[in-house]
Design a protein around this ligand. Structure first.
Ligand SMILES: Nc1ncnc2c1ncn2[C@@H]1O[C@H](COP(=O)(O)OP(=O)(O)O)[C@@H](O)[C@H]1O
Ligand SMILES: O=P(O)(O)O[C@H]1O[C@H](CO)[C@@H](O[C@H]2O[C@H](CO)[C@@H](O)[C@H](O)[C@H]2O)[C@H](O)[C@H]1O
Length: 461
């Protein structure tokens, strides 16, 4: 007979988490020591052996605390077929581990959503009208991501939001709004898991239709880059079989359509006189924060600050509106019917206020332009300096950034390149964010955005 899960068990797991969290891809605080982990709330989803426990913890780092969610498995017969890094170092008794990779345990989450169950503090709800197939086994996706997604039988994908923000998650809100106005550029939302975080509502997970045949934009773009880099004949990027520009153009159109649909669904606002000044102040605060953590950024801060200050005098042509907030090639999927945009949560570290603010749609354009630069230059990281390869990377990026802007301009009826000063400032702001993101999450990649900043600053303003 298995023992019920107790507060003592949960406290023991929490005590082991400071050493374990930094090894998890989704943990967003790898740049700072974890000084405390406290269990805020826990729910036994499946009792028995194995047991499944939903745990919300408060992670303390420096003078900040942040809530994260975990799915814990407990078994008396040892670790199941999950990566060894899933094991949490609790010494006595049954093994405790991160259970998102344990298909024997995670299937029940879909079944609860389909049934609209309430389990302890967790509310599982299908979207109105969603008819869900149950009894499917799940496997976690392996792509680079800040959250954890489980795919059920190739039909559904359940995203567990790791770092929790109070309120209905923006990803869910914007997906619902876009589907309501008939957007074909997002995957259908099918359900959610929610509960409370202190006094606030919180979304723990979102269930969506899974598109098994979709190709990831990042994989497609980097394949094209490799193709181009491997070519010995020195052909321009547009003359190669793996040219991505046609896709980049269609992607630009899709992003413009999504912006138009978001504006239609949720409204726009004319920017107030001091909006740009406040935006620039926020950009400068971020620059200071990231430069304090990453010394290599400091040689560029004056140049970046100048570019930011130039933005204050820009005349905003577009109204503010809900935007994606963290748009890049890993957030778009090519399906047989066109491009899909994913993950409207915004930047993983952004505050609730930042995520919910109406913003210029050029932020998303800047994000995607940065991503073309990333795709082109990430192959060169850690390689000996090679001018010819660097030039080819630049050429690929320019070619595809141009195609993306052409597509965007065609569908939106305005060309983002006409607002060059704002776009440059927003690209630099994004690159500063990326320096901070990479430093905290993938330190080996920090040179990619740092290299871009150096390049942008040498280009004429
Ligand atoms: N509806 C879907 N169909 C197919 N693949 C998907 C779908 N949604 C997400 N994915 C895959 O999961 C990855 C991560 O999803 P995303 O929502 O961006 O998570 P995160 O917020 O953790 O980055 C995507 O890059 C994509 O490869
Ligand atoms: O996890 P999210 O997809 O919400 O976004 C975070 O992680 C991204 C990396 O997985 C990061 O994107 C950066 O790297 C991408 C290549 O892996 C590149 O295409 C993007 O342009 C670059 O910003 C993103 O910034 C971060 O918020």
């Amino acid at each position: 007979m298995s023992q019920p899960v107790t507060q003592h068990d949960v406290d023991q797991v929490a005590a082991a988490l400071p050493g374990w969290l930094p090894s998890q891809r989704w943990f967003g605080g790898k740049d700072r020591e974890v000084t405390s982990v406290r269990a805020l709330d826990w729910t036994v989803v499946e009792d028995g052996d194995p047991a499944l426990v939903h745990l919300v913890v408060e992670v303390g780092q420096d003078d900040r605390t942040e809530p994260y969610q975990l799915l814990l498995g407990r078994r008396s017969d040892g670790l199941p077929d999950v990566p060894a890094t899933a094991a949490i170092g609790v010494e006595d008794g049954p093994v405790w581990y991160e259970a998102s990779g344990d298909a024997d345990l995670t299937g029940v989450l879909l079944d609860h959503v389909a049934a609209g169950d309430v389990v302890g503090d967790l509310r599982f709800e299908p979207e109105p009208g969603a008819e869900l197939v149950t009894g499917l086994r799940a496997h976690p996706i392996t792509s680079e991501q800040s959250n954890t997604s489980l795919v059920y039988g190739g039909q559904y994908i359940l995203k567990l939001f790791r770092r929790l923000t109070p309120g209905t998650n923006k990803d869910l809100v914007l997906h619902r709004a876009l589907r309501e106005v008939g957007s074909s550029h997002v995957a259908e939302p099918l359900g959610a898991i929610s509960g409370t975080l202190g006094d606030d509502e919180v979304t723990f997970a979102m269930l969506q239709r899974f598109l098994p045949d979709a190709a990831d934009g990042w994989v497609m773009a980097t394949t094209s880059v490799r193709d181009y880099m491997a070519d010995d004949a020195g052909l321009p990027p547009g003359d190669l079989g793996g040219d991505f520009a046609g896709e980049a153009y269609r992607l630009g159109r899709a992003v413009a359509d999504v912006h138009a649909d978001l504006a239609r669904a949720l409204g726009t606002e004319t920017a107030a006189g001091d909006d740009l000044a406040r935006t620039v102040e926020a950009m400068e605060r971020r620059l200071d924060r990231v430069a304090a953590a990453v010394p290599a950024l400091r040689e560029h801060t004056d140049g970046i600050r100048d570019a930011f200050h130039a933005v204050v005098d820009v005349e905003l042509r577009l109204p503010l509106q809900p935007v994606h907030g963290d748009l890049h090639l890993g957030q778009v999927l090519r399906t047989v019917s066109g491009w899909l945009v994913l993950d409207f949560e915004g930047e993983p570290a952004a505050s609730l206020a930042e995520r919910s603010a109406l913003r210029s749609p050029l932020r998303d354009v800047a994000g995607m332009l940065r991503s073309f630069d990333y795709a082109a230059h990430q192959l060169l990281v850690g390689q000996p300096h090679d001018d010819a390869r660097r030039e080819r990377a630049d050429a690929w990026a320019v070619h595809n950034r141009t195609a993306f802007c052409d597509g965007y301009a065609k569908a939106a009826g305005h060309d983002p390149r006409d607002e060059a000063v704002l776009l440059r400032g927003l690209e630099l702001d994004k690159a500063v964010y990326e320096v901070g993101y990479e430093h905290a999450n993938r330190p080996d990649w920090t040179d990619v955005p740092l290299g871009s900043i150096a390049r942008i600053l040498t280009e004429e303003a």
